[in-house]
Design a protein around this ligand. Sequence first.
Ligand SMILES: C[S@@+](CC[C@H](N)C(=O)[O-])C[C@H]1O[C@@H](n2cnc3c(N)ncnc32)[C@H](O)[C@@H]1O
Length: 317
Amino acid sequence: MLPDLLHRSSETRGDEVLYRFANGLTIKTEVFSKADTLRILPIGSPQCALMNHLLNFPDVVRGKRVFEPFAGSGVLGFAALTVGAEHALLLDVNPRALDFQRTNAALNRFAPTRFTSILGDIADFVPEKKCDLLLANPPFVPTPEGIDGTITSNGGPDGNRFVGILLDRLEDFLEPDGRALIYVFQLVSDAAPLVVDLLDSIATFRSVEVTPSQQQQIPFDSFVSAYSQLFPDAAAKVEHWRAALVRRHGDGLGLCHYVVDIGPRTGAPGPCVIRDDFAEKFGEDFLVPAANTSELAIGRVFENFVPDTAANRKSEP
Ligand SMILES: C[S@@+](CC[C@H](N)C(=O)[O-])C[C@H]1O[C@@H](n2cnc3c(N)ncnc32)[C@H](O)[C@@H]1O
C-alpha cells in the first residue's frame, strides 16, 4: 500500500484556507461555503490522490512539462513543480484563479520561468507546446439544466461536459508519449462509469486505465434527494433531469469517483480497463470515505450551492 507522503494540514481564516504539505508546498484556496460563484476550490481527496501519486512516483513528473487545465489555485501544477517538473502551464476561465496562482507561486517562491498562468477556455485554448503530463480535476458534478451551480463544479447534466471536451481535445494538449491523470465523478450504469463510453467513442489510440476511488457508490436517488433538499425551488427541473437520465441510462444508476489514467499512444485504439488498484497507485488514505453515502451526496451537491445568491437564498441549509 502506498504511504501518505502529503501529511496535509490546513488553517481556515474567514473565507480562506491555507494548506501545508510535508514536502513544503503551501497552497491558498477558499472555502466551499463562500458566497461567490467564482470561488476557488478547496483541497480534498481528488487533488490529494493525484499529488500523493506524484510524490510516491517522482519519475512520472521529473523534468516534465506539465499542463493543468481547470487549474483553480494551481495546486496540481504547483505540486508537480515541487516534485521536479520543468514547467507548469495553468489554464482557467476564472480571472480570480489567476490571482490565487500568483499568490501561491509567491508563497512557494517559484521562479516566474517555471509556470505560465493563462486565462482561457478549455474549449478553444491552443497551447504553444504540448505537455508530457496532464493533471486535471475538472468541474464534474452532474447538474440539472436550470440550476446554475458553480464555476468549480457544474459539469452539465451528466457531469461529463468538461471531461468530454478535454478527452475530445486530448491530442491538442498531450505529446504522443505523454500521460494524463484525470480525476472524475461518474454516473455508473451497469457497473460501468459513463466515461468508458466517452473514451470508446473517441478511440484514444492510447492505453486507458480507470480506477475507482470510492468504496461504495452513492445511489442515484440519494443524489437526487440532495438536489431536492438544497434547491427546493427547483423541484420541477430536478425531476426533469432525473427522468431524462433514467430514460437514457436505465434504473439502478449510482455515482462514484474514479481516476482516469491515459498512457502513451500505442498505434491502435486501446481498450479501457477498469482496475481496482487505488491503494497501490494513489494511497488508501485518499479513498473517498464510504461511511455515509447520503452525506457524500449532499457534499457534492453543496459544491454547486452558493448561499447568498437570489436563486438560492430561500434554500440555505
Ligand atoms: C474542480 S475545480 C479544480 C481546481 C483545481 N484544479 C483543483 O484541483 O483544486 C475546476 C476549475 O475549472 C475551472 N473552469 C471551469 N470551466 C472552465 C473552462 N471552460 N475552461 C477552463 N477552466 C474552467 C473553474 O474555474 C475551476 O477553477
